[in-house]
Design a protein around this ligand. Structure first.
Ligand SMILES: *[C@@H]1O[C@H](CO)[C@@H](O)[C@H](O)[C@H]1NC(C)=O
Ligand SMILES: *[C@@H]1O[C@H](CO)[C@@H](O)[C@H](O)[C@H]1NC(C)=O
Ligand SMILES: *[C@@H]1O[C@H](CO)[C@@H](O)[C@H](O)[C@H]1NC(C)=O
Length: 190
């Protein structure tokens, strides 16, 4: 009797495994969608410097919009800037150019400085030439160190997700010009 129930148990286990297998195969088989095991994850660490120049004759970030209230706001709440900021290997602006950060940032906080960053970091150096990742996150720029999320990418950074740690290297408090060091961790697949 005990032996019989053991056999029944084994048979039902085999049936359960087989039906799970066929469900998996079934989802692989539809004409318009396919699931594959993508294999290995790759983690890339990047170090570079971001040069944001708002003053002078050749600013790399320009104010494109603001609210009426922005002029009365200590945090410039509502100001929106378009940036095309060089990314270099070292903190010196004349060090090797590795890419550009292009996109928008705007003042999104009323009681403290908080910049919402919506930017594509596009690289031009070596194997990374033509690859980019996108940052979408709040940058409390007054904090010595802040973290922003990486939400996607192109080229070598396809399917990217990760985080950027930004640390101000140099700031001109009168103009707002800044050089910011970035330590970035990005996970992608081979
Ligand atoms: C903004 O200010 C201008 C000039 O003072 C005024 O004409 C306009 O109605 C204001 N707009 C809003 C949305 O308050
Ligand atoms: C990056 O790629 C572009 C387009 O393929 C090419 O024109 C450029 O010379 C490359 N830059 C570097 C630094 O390799
Ligand atoms: C960034 O990375 C460098 C090199 O690994 C390290 O010395 C530095 O402390 C890091 N900075 C932050 C803010 O994590």
């Amino acid at each position: 009797m005990a032996r019989l129930s053991l056999i029944v148990m084994l048979i039902s286990l085999v049936i359960t495994m087989a039906s799970a297998q066929s469900q998996e195969d079934g989802s692989n088989q539809v004409g318009w969608a396919k699931r594959v095991d993508t294999g290995k994850e790759v983690v890339t660490n990047l170090h570079f410097y971001f040069h944001d120049t708002v003053s002078g004759k050749n600013p790399s970030a320009v104010r494109v919009a603001q609210a009426n209230e922005t002029t009365n706001s200590l945090t410039l709440f509502g100001a929106l800037l378009m940036a095309d900021d060089p990314l270099t290997e070292g903190p010196d602006p004349s060090s090797k150019l590795v890419g550009r950060a292009r996109g928008l940032y705007g003042s999104a906080a009323q009681t403290e400085l908080g910049l919402i960053m919506v930017m594509s970091y596009c690289f031009t150096e070596g194997i990374y030439n033509g690859s980019s990742f996108s940052i979408l996150g709040l940058n409390p720029a007054i904090n010595p160190v802040r973290e922003m999320s990486i939400v996607g990418g192109t080229g070598l950074f396809r399917l990217a997700r990760g985080y950027a740690i930004a640390q101000t290297y140099w700031l001109d408090p009168t103009t707002g010009d800044a050089i910011v060091g970035y330590n970035v961790t990005v996970a992608t697949y081979i």
